[in-house]
Design a protein around this ligand. Sequence first.
Ligand code: FES
Length: 356
Amino acid sequence: MSTDDLVRLGNRIDDIEVVSGRPRFPVPGTRAEKRAERQVAGWFILAAIMGLAFIVFFIAWPHDWVAPGEPGSVEYVLYTPIIGVTLGIAVLATGMGVIAYSKKLLPEDLTIQQRHDGRSNELERRTAAARLVQAGEQSGLGRRKLIVRSLGAAGGVLGVGVAVAAFGGLVKNPWKEGDESPLLVTEWRSDNGERVYVRKFDGNPEDVVLVRAGDLEPGSMETVFPFKESDRNNPEKLAETVRSADSPVMLIRLRSNVSVIKRAGQEDFNYGSLFAYSKICSHMGCPTSLYEDQTMRILCPCHQSQFQANEYARPVFGPAARPLAQLPIAVDDQGYLYARSDFIEPVGPGFWERRP
Ligand code: FES
């Protein structure tokens, strides 16, 4: 059966009545037809160029974090907008090209079809495919090399772009540094045996105020950050430490009369009634900023996970599945709090190949 025969058969069994139908350009090769063709191809060429730009920016634009105000911070801030805009224009231009093609080159048909329920059978699907093939033939797609090539370029580049976006992150090995890998180490780790103290942060990284065990009232919570004495005169390092995503810790002083359940292996992580938990939610990494003294629950505002502060911050409500990481703390001779070590488990949400 020829394509035309299949189309006629399909129209009959699909209850389609062709009221009128004529090609857009009955005489091929007119200037109007060439202009329409160039307009369609223009969209696909734009899509290809933007797709290419997306791939280049995605790979080559500097995207490592830079603190605000430091050299390179503007480029870093522009990374996401640039790849978003280029990919967005590429997808938009492809869609515009398809719309322009159907409006300017496909035959002008007026058809009426009665609606049917359920899935089409094999014959109906074949005839529908024949209808598409016929429309392509009638629109002259086969002889429109400019459109075919530009569409091929746009589709190819976009396909490569999607593959780059999907697999680009896998090119970088997060475990290259073994136990020193960034996902496993935080600013709370001591280098060369130097003590990492607990500090407050009032918005100015250079304004260092250490925390004493007696500074917190029973039933209160304070967000604290790591501090090393060797960083005191290094404004850049001080700023980097407090801005590091895994630095913030909730220091909570429980009331003295509450019952406490400790996590196996972490029985000595607290100092008296003081407990230090990472502020980074174990669900998707939001800051779990809210502490409710009556119930002793820590609330993450993103998806409402709740963690029980007097029971090693285990999750008691919401989507989080793991306790917040607990920081082992102690007090020095002068009463200042410090971290006895880094967290002993990764901070924040689960990640690929997470180790306990
Ligand atoms: S990130 Fe905390 S509940 Fe989802």
